[in-house]
Design a protein around this ligand. Sequence first.
Ligand SMILES: [Zn+2]
Length: 408
Amino acid sequence: MLIQKAVRYRLETTPEQENLLARAVGCVRFVWNRALSVQKSYLDHQCGTLNYAGLCDLLTTWRNTEAFGFLAESPSMPQQQTLKNMTRALKDAFDNTSVKKFPKFKKKFVHDSMRYPEPDHIRFDLKPADQDGRHVLPKIFLPKIGWVKFRKSCIIGGEIRNVTVSRAGGHWYVAIQTEKTVADPVRQATTAVGGDRNVADNVLTLSDGTMFLPVTAYRDLQKRLAREQRKLAHKVKFSANWKKQKAKIARLHQRIAATRKTILHQISTIISKNHAVVVLEDLKVQNMTASAKGTVEQPGRNVRQKSGLNKSILDQGWGMLKQMLGYKLQWAGGTLLLVDPAYTSQACASCGAVDAGNRKAAVFRCLHCGHEAHADVNAAQNILARGLAPCEGLQSTAGHAGVACFAA
Ligand SMILES: [Zn+2]
């Protein structure tokens, strides 16, 4: 089995290196934006789009001109890579089976990054000590940037495929993607479990009754974020204090994202170690986080409920959790199944009756057979049943008046 892993380390840059990196990612952004406007004008004139080779020719021309000669001072591979990404993004945007949207122009400081696709150009100096025996940080060689120190928080295992340098929250990071072939895993766990994401008080509930509760630290950070954002609103826009506050908020966002990731890693590790099959709802995350307010013609429902939901860990991490569970289960010889989420919270896990009145806040009480359970456990059991009986499917629940049965 082929295992692909990416590890991210923080770079310890000197001010000069920071300058070089900022310029390099700036060039990548410039190439992306300029190439995108070229593609747009091609499309406006109904001339199709330039392919990757065409874009690369264009890049070579730019690098040789006086006006855009600064591009040649930064590494070329990441600039070509961004054109490759654009070719892919345009292909996806015109693919009817894909939900990807038309690529956008990139802004400064928003996902600033560049990828070195060729591992041969990257070198490492992993000596733990210098000549005098003093502890030193390992170094990575990035073309046209030089040797940069990094905090090696875990080992780099496997063959290096590519390296991505990015800026986030005032720091620079390097993500190293590796690949290695290992023996096929022998599945240890034997159980199947369904999971339901919870809106209010816990993160994830499993069909066996396990509940992953929210972490207080996460809640506290969210509260702090709200407080700092209120402070920002009272400052004069673009003043020195406003900028300082803005940077503070950016760092807080970073911390929240890191905390969320850690929590999701912990949850997905526990679940994938203990279960062979995991069934989750196939939620369209974009739909869920889309504004609940709706439009003038179609005002949204459950606005308050949804805005609360938008703050939960899983809201921004659902896709991440699915991804983590997917690969961790695969590494453990297990499987992740995704099922249609319709009516999983209103259906009775015991008799199958669907009724909006079945669910009263945290308690599920079936109006048909009297079955009582924690509402999330009941939903998780429905999700599990649906995952284990995929071929039988469910009967029409259109209008869902009266009783509809799930053939599980
Ligand atoms: Zn029932």
